[in-house]
Design a protein around this ligand. Sequence first.
Ligand code: ATP
Length: 477
Amino acid sequence: QDNRFQAIIGHAKEYGFVFPSSEIYDGLSAVYDYGPYGSELKKNIRDYWWKSMTQMHDNIVGIDAAIFMHPTTWKASGHVDNFSDPMIDNKDSKKRYRVDHLIEGYAEQLKDKGNPEKAEAVLASMEALLAKDDFSGLKQLIDDHKIVCAISGTGNWTEIRQFNLMFSTQLGSVAEEADTIYLRPETAQGIFVNFLNVQKTARMKIPFGIAQTGKAFRNEIVARQFIFRMREFEQMEMQFFVRPGTQKEWYEYWREQRLNWHLSLGLPAEKYKWHVHAKPAHYADNAVDIEYEFPFGFKEVEGIHSRTDFDLSSHQKFSGKKMTYFDPEINQHYVPYVIETSIGLDRMFLLILSNSYEEETITKEDGSTDSRVVMHIPAKIAPIKLALFPLTKKDGLPELAKELMEECKPHFRCFYEEKDAIGKRYRRQDAIGTPFCVTVDHQTKEDGTVTLRNRDTMTQQRIHRSELKNEILKAIF
Ligand code: ATP
């Protein structure tokens, strides 16, 4: 599995999906850039989410709030006091670990050595201690099990400390006047502080939602696993405002809606599972993660949180501004309760890459074998939908293929290529996940038909060129 993951990372770079940031300077830890196909795929995932949230729900509208917010926002939200992870340093290697990652790594080793019961017991103790913020207990656990640093091989640890994950910077150019502000660690607060602006201007009635996509920043202690855990990433969040007392039913509703969104992309249900939080974060009365089986195991891709009235009430207290809603149906003013759905765009992107990547061995008609790397990216979000090839560079075939390209490109992303043998061109499109290729040949000149080739089945079918655009549109809707 680890080899497969390394292959996916290599493939993502080689085919222009994801590059390490500032690679010519040896990269920047846990920061990545998206290349030509990556930026297209990322945008398509974002658009697919946005459409399903806003266009398909009459009672959800969008906003686009700034990354910088008034510093008090983060006091009210609890991030200044609570948004931290316990960490520990190894005195010999100077390597820093997130305590839960260190212990989880140890539990994985126990499992590998055929001792899953002990691993489960260690994880259970860890969760109980984390829930109580019992740092000396956690340190004791690390010492009792003689957990060592992978680099130094020693168990010479510092005490456990809290490490706040927010990045701070200064607003204004004059030091004395400068104010410390933060890069937002989540997009949600931009929604909360705008709650009444949106409700009034869009004339929304409860229950209603506000959706937003945008960058978030966290100074993750140990950033690992490629784009799974980044220091700069993008979130797609939706806050759904409901009448107090109805949060449980809306929580259930959004749980189901969100899993169905994943499945609507044709992703396999057996790769998903729920992880219910025994102890939700300080702001929530219910929380569940949607986990997906990444090449490195089941991990969170999305969270659904019942956030109570914590955020709005807290902003009301800190700002002194009313955050209440008048509900005409029951003739009451109240601070709404909130159900949040929060998904990492980059993590979803990694999910798509992990699910799509296949090294396939093909048995040909004559019994010989061949191989290909194919990305089974769902057609509706594939970077390129249709590649157009003239069989040869002469006899007017390029002109015919380009004519078809002009016809299709206002409707979906197309790609034209005339270089190399057809087989090679097919392989290149397989590698970037293009669901359809069409070839124009000499027969096209006679009867107007073209060969349409399917990426996943590799079957070819002759259709009339006048049907091409609609065939593709049907398949990508
Ligand atoms: P984790 O436990 O993995 O650190 P979290 O529980 O802190 O995640 P949330 O605060 O609930 O995550 O954030 C919502 C979503 O944002 C996550 O489900 C994930 O998809 C995404 N996300 C959070 N942190 C990162 C990160 N460092 N890099 C990429 N995506 C992230």
